[in-house]
Design a protein around this ligand. Structure first.
Ligand code: CP3
Length: 347
């Protein structure tokens, strides 16, 4: 059975516009918090295929989204390349051994060896594939990766950053080392996505959450070209799998977007009308409600109506313009999904 979400990714006409939310399996759901508590912590949850599959499915049943996104994290990739990942309460992710020199990069494992260590991710996908097939409904399963640049920011800084000063020092004073990091990550990511597809995902998304840290004139060199290389590797071998690109916060680059992929994820810094004008002929657009509108049902309805007015239910997937925050009331998330369905004509 063809899935509405997959059809929409290819720009085909669908009975209504599908919707999902970035970070839809997460802390705003009490059911997620209960499973995370059982697992002990977030990383244990990622490493436990049964529990990871369980939380992946929660938003389908509770919120009514049209696609599930694999529950994992982008940072399991550098972790399995040999970096030591931990999540410290209240501080976010940390690597104790950041990469600042070539010899530190050389110590990391790459390619097939690294990609084949992420077995718990592929196990999670296999469970989900079976479960979704058993349900026989139209919900798709999205696999994902971080873009090499976004992953590199954590690998180099050792943690999240507001200034990116260590990465940028490398970008401007030792670009060769930065490219070597990006190349090594790119090789792992290609195989990682390929293995996700072989395990059963229907769609893949590449998150470049920290795209906006790069000046627009250098974005292609340090990020977009690597994302395109990954997308082209996938599209060549698996043309039936849609690829979604999500470079956050760089509308100044929309004029220069190129590459073989299917869906462009629009974040909330751009107006949908602007994205449509620049990219709508070439790519299906996904997005883009400002996630904080979820605090108000009225503000949500207003925004969904404006987006629908712009996109007219054509070549569009509803989503937030970035991830849902932990203190959003569940009923407001349900309201968002229902409104997307209502305005686009779901019966
Ligand atoms: O979207 C989904 O529901 C699927 C699961 C998913 C998670 N992380 C779960 C998660 C996905 C797709 C990600 C991707 C991710 N992880 C990104 C790119 C997407 C984005 O949001 O821009 C980034 C930059 C990360 C890195 C990361 N992981 C950070 C900065 C944090 C800590 C932030 C915080 O809220 O504490 C995480 C942890 C994380 N990843 C959580 C979840 C549900 C919260 C962990 C918890 O406390 O339970």
């Amino acid at each position: 059975m063809s899935k509405i979400f997959v059809d929409a990714c290819f720009g085909k006409e669908t009975p209504y516009t599908p919707v999902w939310m970035m970070r839809q399996a997460g802390r705003y759901l009490p059911e997620y918090m209960a499973v995370r508590k059982e697992a002990g912590n977030f990383l244990n949850l990622c490493h436990d295929p049964k529990k990871a599959a369980e939380v992946t499915l929660q938003p389908l049943d509770i919120v009514g989204v049209d696609a599930a996104i694999l529950f994992s994290d982008i940072l399991v990739i550098p972790d399995e390349m040999g970096m030591d990942l931990s999540f410290i309460k209240g501080e976010g992710p940390k690597f104790s051994d950041p990469i600042r020199e070539q010899k530190e990069l050389d110590r990391l494992i790459g390619g097939e060896e690294a990609a084949s260590k992420l077995t718990y991710v592929y196990e999670t996908i296999k469970i989900l594939r079976e479960e979704l097939d058993k349900r026989g409904d139209e919900k798709a399963l999205i696999g994902f990766t971080g873009a090499p640049w976004t992953l590199a920011t954590y690998m180099i800084e050792g943690q999240g950053t507001k200034t990116y000063n260590i990465c940028k020092k490398m970008m401007y004073s030792n670009p060769e080392l930065l490219h070597n990091i990006l190349k090594k990550v790119t090789e792992v990511v290609k195989l990682y996505l390929e293995k996700q597809i072989q395990a059963g995902v229907d769609v893949v998304q590449i998150f470049d959450s920290w795209a906006a840290a790069i000046e627009p004139g250098m974005y292609d060199e340090f990020s977009w070209s690597y994302m395109v290389e990954i997308a082209e590797y996938i599209k060549e071998k698996y043309p039936h799998i849609p690829v979604i690109m999500f470079p956050k916060g760089i509308p100044a680059f929309y004029d220069k977007v190129y590459g073989n992929f299917d869906v462009f994820g629009v974040d909330w810094s751009a107006k949908m009308a602007y994205a449509k004008e620049k990219l709508g002929d070439r790519y299906v657009l996904q997005g883009n409600m400002e996630p904080c509108r979820l605090y108000s049902k009225e503000a949500t309805t207003k925004c969904v109506e404006v987006i629908q007015e712009t996109m007219q239910g054509k070549r569009h997937i509803f989503n937030l313009g970035h991830g849902i925050l932990p203190d959003v009331p569940v009923e407001n998330a349900i309201h968002f999904v229902n409104e997307c369905h209502r305005v686009s004509g779901k019966k």
